[in-house]
Design a protein around this ligand. Structure first.
Ligand code: ZN
Length: 251
């Protein structure tokens, strides 16, 4: 109870550590991790911390190389270490700010994906076109693109201006950050976004060879898919999921 002055210790929970390490391994096996700058943050509730606490990897080691001894726990509004001795890298500032501003989100994954960086660095594209069904359903919202000259890891002030309206932040010339209610959801969003980037590259190459244009979905169609995303991905029935009668309490 806050008034009693008695606080609960921040305990390192092995089950949360195990989940973190499992996804660190999955992300690394996908080839997203080249060095120490790819990272994740996972919120755990705590009675003494309004925003909970964040499990993450400390600086100077990669997700690919890490073990349980490389996990630390930090506060969310500040970078204060609550468990462990070693400080976090600059990217954790952005991950913390996202957790602070999005109480519905509990997990963030940030990587420097090759295809994403190359696609935008080509100078030919300002956003990923939607070719598939899965990207809109899995992401649930439009990706948000942050200009290359802005470093939202070093200065998180601009994040509040856009983070409510997206689950995927594309840092042009830098990488991508995916948000999820769980690590699983953030991981699926990351995979779906980077797949769509690779599909765009292939479709654009094939279209150039054939003298055609890729068949991108319209803005209206994608927005309708965002509206249906929750009941497609988390169905409460096995059939008739897209029937209008299935919508009861969506906002
Ligand atoms: Zn980064």
């Amino acid at each position: 109870m806050p008034s009693s002055g008695v606080s609960s210790p921040v305990v390192f929970e092995p089950a949360i550590a195990e989940e973190f390490l499992r996804y660190a391994g999955l992300v690394a096996k996908r080839g997203y991790i080249h060095n120490t700058l790819g990272n994740m943050a996972l919120r755990a509730p705590h009675p003494d911390f309004e925003h909970g606490v964040a499990y993450t990897k400390h600086a100077e080691i990669s997700l690919e190389e890490m073990g349980p001894e490389n996990l630390v726990i930090t506060d969310i509004p500040t970078s204060k270490l609550l468990h462990g001795e070693r400080i976090t890298s600059v990217g954790h500032n952005l991950n913390r700010e996202i957790l602070r501003l999005r109480p519905d989100i509990n997990a963030v994954i940030h990587v420097h994906d090759d295809a994403t960086i190359a696609f935008f660095a080509s100078g030919g594209f300002s956003e990923v076109g939607v070719l598939s069904l899965d990207m809109p359903f899995i992401l649930g919202k439009w990706p948000y693109y942050v200009d290359a000259h802005m470093d939202v890891e070093a200065d998180v002030a601009p994040v509040a201006g856009f983070i409510q309206d997206t689950n995927t932040v594309v840092l042009l010339g830098h990488g991508v950050t995916s948000l999820g209610r769980t690590l699983s959801e953030a991981y699926h969003r990351l995979n779906s976004f980077t797949s769509e980037i690779r599909r765009n590259i292939q479709a654009e190459q094939l279209a150039a060879i054939k003298g055609t244009r890729p068949l991108y979905r319209s803005r209206e169609e994608v927005e309708e898919m965002h509206r249906l995303a929750e009941r497609i991905i988390y169905p409460d029935r096995a059939e008739g999921v897209m029937a209008d009668g299935a919508v009861s309490n969506e906002n």
